[in-house]
Design a protein around this ligand. Structure first.
Ligand SMILES: [Zn+2]
Length: 97
């Protein structure tokens, strides 16, 4: 079974959900900018890696706590603001987090 970063999976899910409900939040809707938001947000949060279904389930419960959801939401908003300030969707530039 591969290693999962549960926080990253949660951030991806939350970013998709947030941008679906707030279509104007991100100035550019290309995949690169969306990926940048996910990468920036996830890098602000502590990573939680799991290798077993049980571990994933336990962290899944932890990620649903109000404080963690708030931290993830704040990280996403910060990441969106950063990407809006300086979009990096030039395909010749490597994304640095
Ligand atoms: Zn873009």
């Amino acid at each position: 079974m591969p290693v999962h970063n549960s926080v990253l999976e949660e951030v991806q899910y939350q970013v998709d959900k947030y941008l679906a409900n707030n279509k104007d939040a991100l100035a550019c809707s290309c995949q690169q900018c969306r990926d940048d938001v996910i990468a920036l947000a996830a890098s602000q949060l502590p990573s939680r890696y799991t290798t077993t279904p049980t571990g994933r389930a336990l962290i899944g419960v932890e990620l649903q706590s109000k404080q963690v959801q708030l931290d993830i939401f704040q990280a996403i908003l910060t990441a969106i603001a950063k990407v809006n300030q300086s979009p990096r969707h030039n395909p010749n530039r490597v994304v640095q987090v």
